[in-house]
Design a binder for this molecule. Structure first.
Ligand SMILES: [Fe+2]
Ligand SMILES: [Fe+2]
Length: 475
């Protein structure tokens, strides 16, 4: 057994690349019916079947290295030159990833040769990747997909796309905090405008289209500022993500985003010690808390915004503490059912409030506990169709959750690249000499690849292990 086999038990990705390399170079000098080609094909088909027998196999190129399921492929010295050659070969054709599906078992030798010859020929075109992609539908190549090579991005590289997105997201978050604060302060004097909030909402919608995982990670920020403000920004981000999940248009998403930012505008008038009170509220205090949706609407009505926008951002904030059967508050007799934005805000508002790691509270809920609690409350409190979408969007352990793994280590859920039911990408947390948990390796959880035999044991409260999820995800 070579070092490479030991590094990746059961999966011989390096052998796969080596066999593909042989096939490509043999095909350059021989016709399809040649004996050597046949031998290469038999080997290629065997290893392809092996790699795809449990699911898709994705070979990815990133920063001049091959990665399998987000894990860097470590090649021994004897394979290095072939690996380097293949990195160059695919890069010059603009190929950033090749994904072989489980249906690869049905690929015939002719199909495989078609793929190999097309890839090889593509270099003769001005845009090899585009030419190749356009050729795919004309052949039986449904079992394989190719993805365009993106500009390499990496941690700390200020020219990388990922870095730029993180920077844009952080700026948007800080601007959102400023905007909510600014509007909250000015609204009572009737001079606040919504232009900034509107531009910000467009920014948030753009960012969600580009990188939803990043926005969901951002929505775990709880400690930057006054809780009401961070809560409002998080509600805005989560509501907009949920809106995107159910396919709302960009214009509606922008309204939803503004609704989220302003939904608790009425809380600004409620004394802080009442909002932060741990014990039961007396009647007068409770009345005051219950008045915040109506107070918020009054403030929104006074905003310097056109009538149409105001009409679109009033219902959500008014309704966000009402249940589907119209119980909750504020008491109303003129409405029979809740608006879509009201029902969305209701869900994300409760989730955010439950998971907020607030210092004054004895214990908050981990994201998975919060989702379970909300699910158990069911239709009494939430629109169940929307709640289902929300749970599906967040996953069992939502992006940004801190978790304990079955081997006792801690990690942060970073993404679900293949959907929330498929294995997650996690950031392992490594202890430094002082015992502080720091950003560690990024791995993909899965049965056989990447991080074998390890599963998520349970969610943990980030502050209980001394970490800030947002800082880890955004640094
Ligand atoms: Fe509220
Ligand atoms: Fe709220």
């Amino acid at each position: 057994m070579t070092d490479e086999n030991r590094a990746m038990p059961g999966i011989n990705a390096i052998e796969f690349i080596r066999v593909m390399h042989n096939l490509i170079y043999t095909a350059r000098i021989h016709k399809d019916n040649n004996r050597l080609i046949k031998e290469c094909l038999v080997k290629f088909k065997a290893i392809l079947d092996e790699m795809t027998k449990e699911g898709d196999f994705k070979l990815q190129l990133w920063r001049g290295r091959f990665h399998i399921d987000g894990e860097k492929l470590r090649a021994g010295r004897e394979s290095q030159s072939i690996i380097n050659e293949m990195v160059g070969y695919l890069s010059e054709r603009g190929i950033g990833a090749m994904q072989f599906s489980i249906t690869s078992s049905k690929a015939s030798f002719t199909d495989i040769m078609t793929l190999i010859r097309l890839i090889d020929l593509s270099i003769k075109n001005e845009s090899p990747f585009e030419w190749l992609k356009a050729k795919f539908p004309g052949y039986s190549l449904e079992w394989v997909d190719i993805q365009k090579k993106k500009d390499d991005e990496h941690h700390g590289d200020e020219s990388g796309e990922g870095y730029k997105r993180k920077k844009k997201a952080k700026t948007a978050y800080m601007m959102a905090l400023d905007t909510v604060k600014d509007v909250a302060e000015k609204a009572s004097k009737g001079v606040a405008g919504v232009l900034k909030a509107r531009r910000l909402a467009q920014n948030i919608v753009d960012l969600i289209h580009e990188d939803r995982s990043l926005i969901l990670g951002l929505a775990t920020i709880h400690e930057y500022d006054d809780y009401t403000y961070t809560h409002s920004v998080n509600v805005s981000l989560l509501a907009t993500c949920l809106g995107k999940q159910i396919g709302l248009s960009n214009v509606v998403l922008e309204h939803l985003s503004v609704c989220g930012l302003f939904h608790d505008l009425g809380k600004v008038g409620v004394p802080r010690d009442i909002i932060l009170k741990q014990g039961a509220l007396n009647n007068a205090e409770w009345d005051m808390v219950q008045s915040h949706p109506l107070l918020g609407v009054k403030r929104i009505l006074r905003l310097n915004a056109d009538k149409e926008l105001r009409s679109k951002i009033i219902l959500g904030p008014f309704e966000h503490h009402l249940n589907p059967d119209m119980t909750g508050y504020p008491k109303t007799h003129f409405m029979k059912k809740l608006s879509l934005s009201g029902r969305i805000l209701r869900i994300v508002d409760v989730y955010e409030a439950l998971t907020a790691d607030r210092k004054y509270r004895k214990r908050s809920f981990t994201p998975d506990e919060a989702l379970r609690k909300m699910w158990s409350e069911g239709e009494k409190s939430f629109d169940m169709v929307l709640l289902k979408h929300f749970v599906r969007m967040m996953g069992i352990f939502p992006i940004g959750s801190a978790v304990e793994l079955s081997d006792g280590r801690f990690a942060i859920i970073m993404d679900y690249p293949d959907g929330p039911l498929a294995p997650a990408t996690i950031m392992l947390l490594e202890k430094d000499s002082s015992g502080t948990l720091l950003h560690g390796e990024v791995k993909r959880l899965s049965g056989g690849r990447g991080y074998p035999g390890v599963s998520i044991k349970m969610g943990v409260i980030p502050s209980s292990i001394g970490v800030s999820v947002a800082e880890l995800l955004l640094s």
